[in-house]
Design a protein around this ligand. Sequence first.
Ligand SMILES: NC(=O)c1ccc[n+]([C@@H]2O[C@H](COP(=O)([O-])OP(=O)(O)OC[C@H]3O[C@@H](n4cnc5c(N)ncnc54)[C@H](OP(=O)(O)O)[C@@H]3O)[C@@H](O)[C@H]2O)c1
Length: 255
Amino acid sequence: MQGKTLLISGGTRGIGKAIVYAFAKEGANVAFTYNSNADVAKEIAKDVEAQYGVTCRAYPLNILQPEEYKDVFKLFDADFDRCDFFISNAIISGRAVVGGFGPFMRLKPKGLNNIWTATVDAFVVGAQEAAKRMEPNGGGSIISMSSTGNLVYTPNYAGHGSNKAAVEAMVRYAAAELGGMGIRVNAVSGGPIDTDALRAFPNYEEVKAEVIARSPLSRMGEAEDLTGACLFLCSKAASWVTGQTIVVDGGTTFQ
Ligand SMILES: NC(=O)c1ccc[n+]([C@@H]2O[C@H](COP(=O)([O-])OP(=O)(O)OC[C@H]3O[C@@H](n4cnc5c(N)ncnc54)[C@H](OP(=O)(O)O)[C@@H]3O)[C@@H](O)[C@H]2O)c1
């Protein structure tokens, strides 16, 4: 991965942070975005540079305003001369998902639309900007993070689950149209992973116990469990893999 550059949204916590470190460890330069945690982002960038000797930069982004990606990529262009990998990872929580996160009878268009904006629109605008920069280098790899909550019933998750299904469909469309530029587009769909996003579930303890009971591996997923699939999709080993969703779920989806 030396000499290659990744841009990933939401690198301050959870899965995004684990991916930042995993790519830097392999020698890639990394740019990531933050939303509320500017200080944490600065610390991570400093730590990654010190540990791995790569260039690491952090930029502000609100995925509820996907057009902000254009400003992110302007900052990126000033710091990096190539973009090889783009991962749409950031996810909204808290007030923005009210009406989108909850039982079916309490769903409301505003919350659902926010999740669409943050999941599907943000992927589209970010991937478009990334693709413009990948094309001159002969291609690259684009990934959307997804979740198995679009395959198996997960209480309160209808808003996110339906939008993850939508973004996986968008990934296939993007793959069909960007292949000519040498760009591969895939999704990585995780089972429940122990991060802030999951801890925000009102029934977190119940979900955790259920995951441990369902997984043949008898444990929850950790953020680092999703990094291998992302590294694979950005490597030469995945050179004919496009338009796919790789499920990394500790075996929980089948049981
Ligand atoms: N946790 C799971 O069980 C699980 C399973 C499968 C897939 N996934 C997927 O993996 C991805 C990461 O999830 P996670 O669990 O790691 O999430 P997380 O721990 O809640 O982290 C969320 C990240 O998104 C950023 N963010 C929050 N609101 C934002 C906004 N309005 N605009 C831009 N960035 C924003 C945060 O930045 P700040 O810290 O700066 O606010 C943070 O870096 C998501 O796409 C999620 O759906 C999660």
